[in-house]
Ligand binder design. Structure first.
Ligand code: ACO
Length: 325
């Protein structure tokens, strides 16, 4: 029994915020952003448009492609750190919006690795025989936790959602392996200080900008490249493959320099590597399912192809998966 992706979907908000728009907001330039990150523009959710709304649209598109209804879904698991509320889980809101009354639903907090963590959970759920179908979602509304006056961080992030439907099948195709890691010693390099138990909500906290994300970009960069490379190699080695066997590498889209450094260390060519970070920036847990959906709809993922994916994010968390399409 393998858990196979039978449908993909994504949703990007309409509003496009370009680097030129950012030039009017902070002391930066289009050229600097492109040179350092490869990002040209990102999407911004509309007023009142929540993570659950974007996730529901992506999930519905994945289910439409798969030809299944909401009632066919046994599990909804979503990677997000920008849910509608601290609780309940945003996946419960998605369940309600979809009418997926036979599914249980929960969120996973693993930042940019959230989708791969969710995929790993859903894969275990299906291959252990607990259920037949799962909706695996990555959805984020980073625009509300970004400090739009901080040029070090605001240039990097965007909003969006992606989803896949996983189904248990007696097949050679499907998820071949997942590898997940964390190292909480690095939590401070990438985090959102407020408001939780450590810094409860307060007026002082708002003035200190605690609800906005904080990042040590340089340090994150170095550990990200090292970890993405190592965990990708592990996925290949575990399954007895090399980089030459990979049809598409679909990594977390953090920024172009991280992607290029990782791709080079893995010995992959540009043709093997799927990149869309220039259009959407870093949508955290949503980048991988959005990229999988785009690659799929562009006809780049063919039956029997080996698809390698890897992610790295706050926590630190990181992981990889190898999928036979
Ligand atoms: N526009 C113009 N100048 C800027 C900007 C900006 N938007 N941001 C920073 N600078 C300046 C800095 O102030 C600094 O100036 P100084 O030398 O006078 O002090 C200079 O540019 C260099 O700053 P660095 O931080 O050293 O620039 P760096 O080359 O490291 O690029 C970046 C910064 C793009 C954030 C890089 O570190 C990076 O990509 N890090 C990875 C972080 C990341 O992707 N995080 C996402 C979450 S984790 C993940 O998804 C993997």
């Amino acid at each position: 029994m393998r858990a196979r992706i039978i449908g993909t979907g994504s949703y990007l908000p309409e509003e496009i915020r370009t680097n030129y728009d950012l030039e009017k907001m902070v002391d930066t330039s289009h050229d600097w952003i492109v040179a350092r990150t490869g990002i040209v523009e990102r999407r911004i959710a509309a007023e009142g448009e929540c993570t659950s709304d974007m996730a529901t649209k992506a999930a519905q598109r994945a289910m439409d492609m798969a030809g299944v209804t909401a009632e066919d879904i046994d599990l909804i698991v979503m990677g997000t750190i920008t849910g509608d509320f601290p609780w309940p889980a945003t996946s419960c809101l998605v369940q309600a919006q979809l009418g997926a009354k036979n599914a249980h639903a929960y969120d996973i907090s693993a930042a940019c690795s959230g989708f791969l963590y969710a995929l790993s959970n859903a894969n275990d759920f299906i291959t252990s025989g607990r259920g037949k179908r799962a909706l695996v979602i990555g959805a984020e509304k980073f625009s509300h936790i970004v400090d739009w006056t901080d040029r070090n961080t605001c240039i990097l992030f965007g909003d969006g959602a992606g989803a896949v439907v996983l189904e248990g099948q007696e097949s050679e195709a499907g998820v071949l392996s997942t590898h997940l890691y964390s190292d909480g010693n690095y939590w401070e390099l990438l985090h959102q200080p407020g408001f939780g138990a450590r810094y409860p909500a307060s007026v002082d906290g708002i003035e200190a900008k605690l609800p906005f994300l904080r990042m040590e970009g340089n340090e994150v960069f170095k550990v990200a490249v090292r970890s993405l490379t190592k965990v990708s190699k592990e996925a290949l080695k575990t399954n007895g493959y090399t980089s030459a066997d990979v049809a598409q590498f679909i990594p977390h889209q953090a920024n172009l320099r991280i992607l290029e450094a990782t791709t080079k260390r893995l010995g992959l060519t540009d043709e093997q590597s799927f990149i869309n970070v220039h259009k959407y920036g870093n949508t955290s847990g949503a980048t991988i399912p959005i990229a999988i959906d785009e690659a799929n709809r562009q006809g780049l993922l063919k039956s029997g192809d080996l698809i390698l994916s890897a992610a790295f994010g706050g926590g630190f968390t990181w992981g990889s998966t190898l999928i036979r399409w």
